[in-house]
Design a protein around this ligand. Sequence first.
Ligand SMILES: Nc1ncnc2c1ncn2[C@@H]1O[C@H](COP(=O)(O)OP(=O)(O)OP(=O)(O)O)[C@@H](O)[C@H]1O
Ligand SMILES: *[C@@H]1O[C@H](CO)[C@@H](O)[C@H](O)[C@H]1NC(C)=O
Ligand SMILES: *[C@@H]1O[C@H](CO)[C@@H](O)[C@H](O)[C@H]1NC(C)=O
Ligand SMILES: *[C@@H]1O[C@H](CO)[C@@H](O)[C@H](O)[C@H]1NC(C)=O
Ligand SMILES: *[C@@H]1O[C@H](CO)[C@@H](O)[C@H](O)[C@H]1NC(C)=O
Ligand SMILES: [Mg+2]
Length: 421
Amino acid sequence: MSAAAPAAAPAAAPAQQQPAFRGVFGFIGGAVAKAVSTTFIVLVVAAFVARHVLEDKNTIAKTHSPEVVLARMLARFEAGSVIPRFEKYHVSRPDAIAMLQKVLRPARLKDYTVVIGEVGCGKTTAVHNAIRANSTGIVYHIVKSEVLVSMPGLLARSLAFEPNQFTEGYLKDRGVELDEVTSAAEPFRSWVLLSLILRDVAQQFKTKHGHPATLVIDAVDEIAQQGPALLHAIQDFAKAAADEQLLNVVLVTCDGSNLPELKASSAMTRARIAEVSDITDEQAVDFLLHRGVNEDAAKRAVAKIAGGRFVLLNSLVFELQFKTVEQIFEEFSSRTESSLQRLIDDLALYNATSVVHKTLCDLTHGSLRRPSLEKTLGIDLTKKLLATNINILAYHPNDTYTLHSRHVQRSVAALLNCTRP
Ligand SMILES: Nc1ncnc2c1ncn2[C@@H]1O[C@H](COP(=O)(O)OP(=O)(O)OP(=O)(O)O)[C@@H](O)[C@H]1O
Ligand SMILES: *[C@@H]1O[C@H](CO)[C@@H](O)[C@H](O)[C@H]1NC(C)=O
Ligand SMILES: *[C@@H]1O[C@H](CO)[C@@H](O)[C@H](O)[C@H]1NC(C)=O
Ligand SMILES: *[C@@H]1O[C@H](CO)[C@@H](O)[C@H](O)[C@H]1NC(C)=O
Ligand SMILES: *[C@@H]1O[C@H](CO)[C@@H](O)[C@H](O)[C@H]1NC(C)=O
Ligand SMILES: [Mg+2]
């Protein structure tokens, strides 16, 4: 058995070893190596299985017992998530960071928080910065574009939670009625098991430290895109945790398009909405200068296209190598025009006396309150303009609407011949 291992080892890295190996031993040598390596894998797997079967029951109890599983999760909260360093030129945003730090460590836990901001405005980076200073008591998890069923498992990994054969027994012993849970479909089954354990750990943390721990789930819009049910379950949990002062849950999302409706839903009534907005034009120009854009182009690009929206500034750094500010604006503008055109066909938008025309022109000068805008544009058109594939309108937690970004403002003003106020 021990002799098989070294002989099989070269075959394990076929990319580097195969050509030389074949040169010496020819085809038969290669076939033998393949057989040997297969045998080797079978032996290794068998040994692994045997070790597990024979593993001392005491060892299993030591690593798998509910107490140990919960203790690992508690330790993860106490240590806090490790946040990677920010490598590129960094724009300092003390106000946003201070606001987020209050959200992460509230003086009194009254409600859970939804942090909201347009796509690419710098939410993730700002949340990272707010945590990095002192991550004690804070677990951070970001949802990627994973399929919905794997979401609870990945969240569990961030929480250092490994469910095992004892988990359900533990919960039953604690008087939890599990029949409904274990018959539920994924991802709900895994989510409910995780949330039940999380409650216990949160209680332990609070008892031990005198204040609740914090769980941040970033990019929950990725969950919502695949249907609202799991996000609603998470919001219900967040609300209950806040009601019981057990755990401070912070959800981060770029999807404000349905915020007016979410605000009306029951779990949302408990949410505190915090907005991360764009940086100032001065900061944006400074950012472009540090990224190698010349001063004249930087000033015009910020004024005409990007404002303080990071995601646009980043793409400008790249595009300005090949194009002028005017060329880039024309590209954005023609996209806005075709989006509008699709809506215009049903509406007399180009009729300068219509209320829709006037309202859109008013928006090129600043924000409008939600009720008056919805009244003049109508709910249908408002929703169409908000849709992320159209990206004309943006809703803000202070109950106002603006046009989506600087270049949209300028495009709309040009397309509708809006005059200065
Ligand atoms: N303070 C900052 N200084 C410099 N660059 C930044 C800063 N904040 C964000 N960025 C850059 O802007 C881009 C978008 O930032 P980030 O991913 O934080 O935005 P986001 O709002 O979380 O985006 P999304 O809506 O896609 O989740 C990233 O490339 C990031 O590196
Ligand atoms: C981090 O925050 C915790 C409270 O959650 C506090 O006890 C601790 O002293 C802080 N650590 C530092 C280095 O500020
Ligand atoms: C805007 O003005 C141009 C010429 O000044 C005209 O051709 C165009 O039809 C006008 N558009 C609207 C919406 O009034
Ligand atoms: C412009 O719209 C207003 C109201 O929407 C309407 O009364 C008027 O007749 C329209 N004018 C033209 C030229 O279509
Ligand atoms: C509401 O928030 C938006 C975005 O942060 C801002 O542009 C606007 O000025 C605010 N409006 C009011 C009335 O506070
Ligand atoms: Mg993000």
